[in-house]
Design a protein around this ligand. Structure first.
Ligand code: PMP
Length: 308
């Protein structure tokens, strides 16, 4: 089966979407991207893209930081994404990766005066982290600060910071890294935001602690308030607060809600999945599969309904 991608303004087979070896973004990390999930609902025979619009809105913000001109509006990007996923005919969970990048084939580090390219590819995608709980270590790598490369923009080059931390953690036998800011506050995982539950309070690092403004993070803040009456506290978290928390979880489009069982060889809470984490996990799963009418507006169907 031919897999289609969106590349240089057209839907083309994946094998035809190539960039040259001199492409600016390949050398200097001058691109920005998004990661969107679509969930297969077998009962409805429908695929739902989750909070696609918010992902493209964040991409617009990332492109501003990198001086990249997107060729399309948020509406057009959403329409093209639905069309692309539909063309590929998936009946399973899918990951969608839009990428905007400096496409000029030329030597010279800068952002201005370069051409911009845009592409979207899609791929089948299962769980990114173990949903029954993971073991983390505090990274020896610090989260890159806003004064160096802004973490609030999803910049390709920024992910060297994440990759250093992730490989260090995994090669030492852990599942994921937790990075601290330059001044030692908890920032985020290599590709996930972080929450702790401490004395009944739900706490997450603020946007000013060098995190990506996660869409899953935002979803959890809204769900906790709406469904459980829990107002999330956004404040800096010390490393030692991780060790004494009752619950901890990482969250992201890829990671979904991933319970953290252990950090730096200390069990978190009982060392098992915490009760609020478990409740949020199952609520989140219902919502992303389009099974929760109240949050259906977050889900964009890919396939047209065939009415008898
Ligand atoms: N932080 C980083 C560094 C990430 O790469 C991601 C994944 N996009 C997240 C947090 C979570 O963001 P979201 O919930 O929007 O996927």
């Amino acid at each position: 089966m031919t897999i289609y991608v969106y590349f240089e303004g057209r839907f083309v087979p994946l094998s035809e979407a190539k960039v040259g070896i001199m492409t600016h973004a390949l050398h200097y990390g001058t691109g920005c991207f998004e990661g969107i999930r679509a969930y297969w609902n077998a009962d409805e025979e429908q695929l739902y893209l989750f909070r696609m619009r918010e992902h493209y809105e964040r991409m617009v913000r990332s492109t501003k930081v990198l001086k990249i001109k997107l060729p399309l509006s948020v509406e057009e990007l959403c329409d093209i994404t639905v069309e692309l996923v539909r063309r590929n005919g998936y009946r399973e969970d899918v990951y969608i990766r839009p990428l905007a990048y400096k496409s000029t084939q030329e030597v010279g580090v800068r952002l201005h005066g370069l051409d911009d390219g845009f592409a979207i590819y899609t791929t089948p995608f299962g769980p990114y982290l173990e949903p029954e709980g993971i073991r983390c270590r505090t990274s020896s790598w610090r989260r890159v600060s806003d004064a160096a490369i802004p973490a609030r923009a999803k910049i390709t080059g920024l992910y060297v910071n994440s990759a250093l931390a992730k490989s260090e953690a995994v090669e030492e036998g852990y599942d994921e890294a937790i990075m601290l800011t330059e001044n030692g506050h908890v920032s985020e995982g290599s590709a996930e935001n972080l929450f702790i539950v401490s004395n009944g309070r739900l706490i997450t690092p603020p946007l000013s602690d060098d995190i990506l403004e996660g869409i899953t993070r935002d979803t959890i803040i809204e769900l906790s308030r709406e469904e459980y009456g829990i107002v999330t506290i956004e404040r800096s978290i010390d490393r030692s607060e991780l060790y004494t928390a009752n619950e901890c979880f990482l969250c992201g489009t890829g990671a979904e809600i991933s319970p953290v069982r252990e950090i730096d060889r200390r069990p978190i809470g009982s060392g098992r999945v915490g009760s609020l984490t478990r409740k949020l996990q199952s609520l989140y799963s219902d919502i992303v599969h389009g099974r929760h009418p109240k949050y259906r507006h977050w889900c964009s169907p890919v396939y047209q309904k065939v009415t008898a």
